[in-house]
Design a protein around this ligand. Sequence first.
Ligand SMILES: [Zn+2]
Length: 277
Amino acid sequence: MLYRYLTYRPFRAVTLFASLSLVTALWATAASAADDWSEVTDPLPGEPRIIGHHGGACLVGAEQLPADGVGYQAVDMKRNRHYGHPVLVDYIEDLGRRVDAAGFGPVLVGDMAQPRGGPMPYGHVSHQSGLDVDIWFRLDLPLLDHSQREGIDQPILVDSRTQRLDGRWSDRHAELIRLAADDSRVSRIFVDAAVKRDLCEREWDDRSWLRRVRPWHSHDEHLHVRLRCPPGADECVDQAEPPPGEGCRAIVPTPRPETYPSPSRTLPQACRAVLRE
Ligand SMILES: [Zn+2]
């Protein structure tokens, strides 16, 4: 989709005509108005719709994840980012039940999306479409009061010198990622390369889910789950499938950028009404 690659810039008159067809298909927000997505406090009610892709999208009919459920607890709730397409809420609740059945948890559920999706002022490039969620590796906390769930210390489990997992990494972490990935709704799970290596080195009866676990920098204290567009969501744009195979042959760490890119603020035109209504 073209809008993935376009960013806002003032049009010169000479390019205006050529751009008219794009203007009808696009809505590019100026930077000054962009924070509006983070200022909207409630979802837009209606049939759930995802308009766009994970790095440039808005959301109608989002559901808020209940702060507590079997096997999970939401954290950093003051950010107001625990919204998603209903399929994401279902997925997290199912994962919590499977974690609980496996005898551990609660897992800490971090950011999902804003009430109407869209770019966030800090923290993420994606998480715009209501199909992404961060789950922390920290597994040693009991159910906490809501007031204790802000800014929890999240230890980094990869030694930056050796690029190896440290002693706090456990079988439970590996099992958490297997449980998270072994679900046909999942498109990808991003983890540090050291985590992917550990998972590849383990013996599993079924290894098909390993394909969905992809090495990506800055995921040394959490995993990031991205779901596929749900069936029938025809305004939702999926990421291409990962390459075939387990992805275990050459696990190349992606370098952590010196400065993180800003999220795209170029959204499909239909998102204008989602923000303003
Ligand atoms: Zn994330």
